[in-house]
Design a protein around this ligand. Structure first.
Ligand SMILES: Cc1cc2nc3c(=O)[nH]c(=O)nc-3n(C[C@H](O)[C@H](O)[C@H](O)COP(=O)(O)OP(=O)(O)OC[C@H]3O[C@@H](n4cnc5c(N)ncnc54)[C@H](O)[C@@H]3O)c2cc1C
Length: 276
């Protein structure tokens, strides 16, 4: 795994206790030597200061941090300001997204899709940032078709994206098929697989419903059968996700991006199995 691109995602904590807890989580995860930590960004202004503060904290510890930046609800002026703040903080890598507006939020903003954001970042800051964008092996839930969604990815890469991180998935074949399709349409940047460890069944169902990730029927049935037995859910989840990661790496995935949900245990356990 040492030569792979291995990164870990956090969300910005909302309280001082959360900040302390995340520092402790990061101290544990740092033993795995990830290439960088990314930090999510709330569309519509909800967590943006938190993203910057968390990124500053990571950089101050001498590690690489990549803030996410979503453009929906933003204006050219507001995004320009965020880019300047990131640059001043010493950021060299951004995950550029459209984002989803919180329900009830009215402002549509000046950007419609992520390719417009990538184009804007390049126009404003040249090659300063390494830009990651999102890809969807199982299709983005709002896309009209897989082909349309693939074209959206083509536009993001043509606008200047350097690499792709995928939405999480549990079907390795969906990833491999996606890679094949991207190659056919001339996308030749690395496509790192997004990995969601399984630790909590109810939460996983909720997330997957929102983002369109399929939980295979047999996995769902098994998880449901454990009821409140959290230890069995975690042990089974670890087996399923370890073999997914093994298949992905054996099949040529250039790296893994772990959605840690600010927890160290599941990512560490997975990692230890993969490097064995
Ligand atoms: C790795 C990763 C990290 C994420 N981090 C965050 C985060 O920090 N904050 C956050 O709010 N959300 C985050 N998300 C969620 C993401 O913002 C949502 O999935 C959002 O709905 C789409 O963002 P995008 O950048 O993929 O959008 P886009 O690439 O713009 O695509 C959005 C939808 O529009 C379609 N589309 C694109 N262009 C066109 C066009 N010209 N005409 C018609 N349809 C078009 C696409 O097919 C797709 O269905 C993340 C997702 C991933 C995979």
């Amino acid at each position: 795994m040492a030569d792979h691109n291995f990164s870990i995602e956090f969300f910005p904590p909302k309280t001082p206790e959360g900040t302390e807890k995340l520092r402790a989580t990061r101290a544990k995860l740092s033993e795995l030597h990830p290439k960088y930590y990314s930090v999510t960004f709330g569309a519509g202004g909800s967590t943006q200061q938190g993203t910057l503060d968390t990124v500053r904290d990571i950089l101050a510890a001498g590690e690489e941090a990549a803030p996410h930046l979503s453009c929906v609800g933003g204006t050219r002026e507001s995004i320009r300001k965020v880019l300047a703040d990131f640059k001043d903080a010493g950021v060299g890598r951004i995950v550029a997204l459209r984002g989803d507006l919180p329900s009830g939020y009215g402002g549509a903003g000046e950007f419609r899709y992520a390719n417009e954001l990538v184009e804007f970042i390049r126009a404003e800051t040249g090659d300063h940032f390494h830009i990651e964008v999102a890809g969807y092996p199982e299709m983005h839930p709002q896309a009209r078709s897989p082909q349309d969604d693939l074209q959206a990815l083509v536009r993001k890469v043509q606008a200047g994206a350097d690499s792709v991180i995928t939405q999480y998935f549990y079907n390795a074949d969906a990833y491999f098929q996606f890679i094949e399709q991207t190659q056919k349409v001339g996308i030749n940047v690395p496509i790192v697989a997004g990995i969601m460890p399984i630790t909590n069944y109810t939460q996983l169902l909720r997330f997957s419903e929102m983002c369109g990730a399929e939980i295979p029927r047999w996995v769902r049935l098994k998880l449901a059968s454990f009821g409140d037995d959290s230890a069995s859910i975690k042990a089974f989840g670890l087996d399923v996700v370890t073999s997914l990661c093994e298949r992905l790496l054996e099949g040529g995935a250039p790296g893994l991006h772990f959605y840690s949900l600010n927890q160290a245990a599941a990512t560490t356990a997975l990692w230890q199995r993969l490097v064995k």
